[in-house]
Design a protein around this ligand. Sequence first.
Ligand code: ZN
Length: 431
Amino acid sequence: MLSIKRVATVVSNFQKEEEAGVAAPPSGGCGRNCLKSCCIQEAKLPLYAFKKVEKVGGKDLPLCKEQPVTFLDSLILGEWEDRMQRGLFRYDVTTCETKVIPGEYGFIAQLNEGRHLKKRPTEFQVDKVLQPFDESKFNFTKVGQEEILFQFEASSDGEVQFFPNVPIDVENSPSVVAINVSPIEYGHVLLIPRIFECLPQRIDHASFLLALHMAVEAGNPYFRLGYNSLGAFATINHLHFQAYYLAVPFPIEKAPTKKIAKLNLGVKISKLLNYPIRGLVFEGSHSLEDLANTVSDACICLQRNNIPYNVLISDCGRQVFLIPQCYAEKQALGEVSAELLDTQVNPAVWEISGHMVLKRRKDYDEASEANAWRLLAEVSLSEERFQEVCSLIFQAMTSSELEVKCQYLEEAGSSPSPTMVAGSQECLVLQ
Ligand SMILES: [Zn+2]
């Protein structure tokens, strides 16, 4: 699983043609077997209906670490391998060099020499986190049906159900799981909530809950979902989460944390310690929905304040990392060192989590924990700014339904250091 290569940054096989303005043949639909009205009428896809677990940590939620391959796991990987056999990926993901960098954290380096050869088109402004959906730009309704693996929705009767061939009900706007045709790892897929609603890239409560359900349902600690906002290296302004399998812990998952708040709902909020990027960790709620709502509130707050961010869903949906970042802004202001710019690494959710996708042989050969740390430190907000952003997030929670009494600001001025800080100044959150 470690040796997978990413070359292109195109996520769908039709993206490039779309950009080049290739005209579509008129007969039998548009000729691409796409998801639009030209081709969708007769289309059928598998449907996976997940069981809506309510309780996290209760007996409803299957144990994450010690269970056999779940049905969803085998469905994703089976369908994914089928698409590989059919040659739908832009390159062979199995030929890439990958290594775990020696050190305390185990950063993972991957070499993608071809990636920088295909320049990513600028499809939207990178300085605005919220931008309207633009039908004229590439979006996932333009992909080929063969890129869609299955429909994904909540089961109506509370049990997992699978139907191999179900018509696509456009009116009901199903959520779908599709391949990323430029995978960075084994089983790299996209979760596209309510695809036909053509939502722009922005988190909402229902979509985030869906992503959490997928993590729970996969039940595999090596399957994580990630999200990049606009301005934090999302490349397509059509709502989507990414996910893939990587059979090692991510460095961010191993970083120590310090609890800074506990909500009445049971959601514990911590901050990362001794990690190059400042960020928040949300976990442990009585219900999956409460966890989803809490994280969504925080994301929506960042979106409203135009603060780019990344999200990692770990530990089978039990743990969510929220990382506000400012790399694109620093780039625009000319504040990133030439040395780092030369690497052309785009610090999106995977890089931030410690899976470094490198484009030059030199950077791969010289990869070290210190180098990874230096890059990621550039992505982080300053301590001062991070505290401001945390204030905004906590205010947003306060204004929605919670009253927060919190002492987290007292630590302004401290910065990630190699020493682990013990203790827990807890916030009291009152309803
Ligand atoms: Zn079509």
